[in-house]
Write a protein that binds this ligand. Structure first.
Ligand code: MN
Length: 734
């Protein structure tokens, strides 16, 4: 393409004024004129690579934006979009002369232009799209940027091939999908077609030629159908517009080259579009079309009653004429047509003038958001209270995510409030573990610096550096936190043990609990199984690195302490001193394959002779005996973590020993209940280890009794006896 061809794609200020005057919008022409004068002065002698005066580029962009029907500020921002970056006039100047909205749009467009967008990875492309939308705190930023991009693509012929390809790929991956989401089909189609031309020149040419060959045939066909339809519709010519729709080359390319179809196989290769004034005419015409031609089953779609997420509305149907030629028909109103072509930009004619509407919105939610705008715009006709509507939209858009770059241009997506620590661990665990600091936009920042969308962040690392404990409180993401904990867990076991024990003792002291080391170990037994620890030392280590958080477990520890160690307020006649017992296998349980091994009865289920039991080989405490039904024993041992630790055990035939069992007795809460229970137990010569009661509301009390019995039958008879007491409501074996 020569210079003379390229100039065809430029428009000057006269063209802009003409577009503005022909529109029905109320533009501030004086202010636009002032902006043009500044742009002209600022760009001065600057030229495009092709040699064309630079000022014609922003003027052309302004023409495109005006063509969308956008407002005065958007047109001014288009005229000034390259001024701040390329000339001596800065943003403050623009703000002073044209207001903060214009300055904000110019700033947004400039920032986006500085970002290296090209990326090969699918995931990255989605992040880039999301980030661009997040960076555009005003939707007009994206609209001006799309127009800028479109004009640059129209005039890219004189650029180097590599540059053309890079830009084209950016369009395919980033800008065209954004235009699609915003419902700006005209921009999307043109960007894609221009890009395809540089990405696959041969394929593009093939389709272009085929279309040209068919052009004559197509025109005849369309003309015939047009006449048939208008005649059958019985509408006056001024009320109905019918024309042949040329599909975008890119969409034909996708269907032929990517889906392996021939041009003849594409149903909507011949396509008609019918535009009418009213919705009811759309449905009437659908009936007319289906009478005239044979509809192809399942090819009818009603996007009027169910619009697409990007606001698109139309009726679609594909029919076959008497000659057997299939063609697609789209039927819509003029208003729908505007929306179909220009999407979100079409809605500026409502003069809502709302801004900052897609602030930080995730791309997936953008679709939902746009359909919401549509609802809001529809509702606005009734209420006409636009300030309320704007407020509603803004509140809907809290910033949930930030997008930042690595110096290489990779985009990272983090929850809002994330610090440089979170980014470091997101990049790689090793980067986090060796971080010494960070630079944001080339300046050193503190470690608790909260990242903002669009910033370039470099993580500084050093081989011998490692995480600090206070990072756990600074970082925002749970993944960073767990990686930091993991590091402390692996690297600092000895320190963690000391630290963890100290932390626990401090907490216990605060609760006025003082225990010997041995008692403390016994107290903590209940936590081992639950957390899959083998020893109390493991537990301390975990507390030390933060795997177990004390504030979470302290209430349970205190409960356990109260149940097992707290001196009870008991009726003095009954209670004897409880003595901690250790048993050997000979005294009650036979462990299969092991003689004389240390046997311990678990505290969690207190098995009794007669219960179905199982043994678990602990590390250092011999075999602990559980009821088979104990919640700490996996239901299916063969699939448990260490199945080899479970051993078969059985009760000896003659057991002359007592076993501990805990009963929870719910009874009516009145004085004397505890005495009644204790009297009943002592009348059966039952040894009571501990006994306490507390009110549980509703006029009820819970009595917890740890007693000694010699078998399950024995216990059952005790339960039976207690149940006969008038006050007792229910009894649970604990
Ligand atoms: Mn530009």
């Amino acid at each position: 393409m020569s210079k003379y061809d390229e100039i065809a794609h430029y428009q000057d200020f006269e063209d802009l004024l003409k577009i503005l005057k022909e529109s029905n919008n109320n533009y501030d022409i004086k202010k636009i004129q002032k902006a043009y004068t500044l742009a002209e002065k600022a760009h001065g002698d600057q030229r495009r690579i092709s040699g064309i005066p630079y000022i014609l580029h922003p003027t052309s962009v302004a023409c495109i934006v005006a063509g969308f029907g956008m407002d005065t500020d958007s047109i001014i921002a288009s005229l000034l979009h390259d001024v701040v970056e390329d000339t001596e006039y800065d943003l403050n100047y623009v703000r002073k002369e044209f207001g903060k909205d214009v300055a904000n749009i110019v700033d947004g467009v400039t920032k986006i232009s500085k970002i290296k967008l090209y990326t090969r990875e699918e995931q990255q492309a989605e992040n880039v799209r999301k980030m661009l939308i997040a960076m555009s705190n005003d939707i007009r930023v994206i609209i001006v940027k799309l127009a800028d991009r479109l004009h640059n693509m129209r005039t890219i012929e004189c650029m180097k091939e590599q540059k053309r390809r890079d830009k084209s790929r950016e369009n395919m991956e980033v800008f065209a999908p954004i235009a699609h989401r915003l419902g700006m089909k005209a921009v999307k189609d043109e960007l894609e077609d221009l890009s395809l031309r540089y990405l696959d020149p041969v394929g593009y040419k093939e389709i272009e030629d085929a279309l040209l060959l068919k052009e004559n045939e197509r025109e005849k066909f369309i003309d015939k159908k047009k006449k048939e339809i208008i005649k059958a519709s019985k509408l006056p010519g001024s009320k109905i517009t019918v024309y042949g729709r040329v599909k975008s080359i890119n969409s034909i390319y996708r269907k032929t080259f990517l889906k392996g179809k021939t041009l003849d196989e594409i149903y909507d290769f011949f396509a008609l579009r019918i535009i009418v004034d009213e919705i009811k005419d759309c449905y009437n015409l659908l009936g007319v079309i289906h009478d005239l031609y044979t509809p192809i089953p399942r090819r009818f779609k009603d996007y009027i009653s169910t619009p697409k997420p990007n606001m698109y509305q139309s009726l679609h149907t594909t029919v076959i004429d008497r000659d057997g030629i299939p063609f697609e028909v789209q039927i819509r109103t003029w208003e729908m047509h505007q929306t179909a072509e220009n999407g979100i930009a079409a809605h500026w004619k409502y003069k809502l003038g709302f801004t900052r509407i897609v602030n930080g919105k995730k791309a997936r939610e953008l679709d939902a958001y746009i359909s919401r705008i549509k609802d809001v715009l529809a509702a606005q006709i009734d209420t006409d209270d636009s300030t309320d509507i704007i407020r509603n939209i803004r509140n809907d858009f809290d910033q949930n995510e930030v997008y930042v770059f690595s110096p290489k241009g990779d985009v990272f997506n983090l929850p809002n409030g994330s610090t440089v620590i979170d980014l470091a661990y997101l990049i790689h665990t090793e980067v986090g573990n060796h971080m010494v600091g960070a630079k944001v936009d080339h300046r050193i920042v503190s470690i608790d610096y909260k990242l903002k969308t669009g910033e370039i962040c470099e993580i500084l690392t050093q081989k011998d550096s490692h995480p600090r404990r206070d990072w756990l409180d600074i970082c925002k993401t749970s993944s960073a936190r767990s990686k930091i904990r993991q590091w402390f867990k692996n690297e600092k076991r000895d320190e963690n043990i000391v630290e963890g024990k100290m932390m626990l003792e401090r907490e216990l002291k605060r609760s006025n609990i003082s225990l010997t080391d041995e008692e403390l170990e016994e107290l903590l037994q209940f936590m081992l199984k639950k957390n899959k620890f083998n020893t109390v030392t493991d537990l301390y280590a975990s507390i030390g690195y933060g795997g177990i958080q004390l504030w979470k477990v302290m209430p349970r520890i205190k409960e356990e302490y109260n149940a097992k160690f707290k001196p009870e307020e008991m009726p003095p006649v009954i209670v004897k001193n409880a003595t901690p017992r250790r048993r050997h296998a000979s005294s009650g349980v036979i462990v299969e394959g092991m003689e004389d091994c240390l046997v311990k009865f678990s505290q969690c289920c207190n098995p009794l002779p007669g219960d179905d039991i199982i043994g678990y080989i602990t590390r250092g405490y011999g075999v602990s005996i559980h009821k088979r039904s104990c919640t700490n024993i996996p239901e299916d041992i063969s699939t448990s973590e260490e199945p080899e630790r479970y051993v078969k055990v059985s009760w000896e035939d003659d057991i002359n020993d007592n076993f501990r069992s805990t009963l929870e007795i719910v009874c009516s809460d009145r004085t004397g209940v505890l005495a009644d229970v204790t009297i009943a137990l002592s009348s059966m010569r039952i040894f009571i280890n501990t006994l306490n009661s507390r009110s549980i509301g509703n006029g009820r009390a819970l009595v917890t009794a740890t007693i000694e019995v010699f078998s399950r039958e024995h216990l059952e008879s005790v339960i039976e006896r207690l149940q006969s007491l008038r006050e007792v409501i229910s009894i649970n074996r604990f």
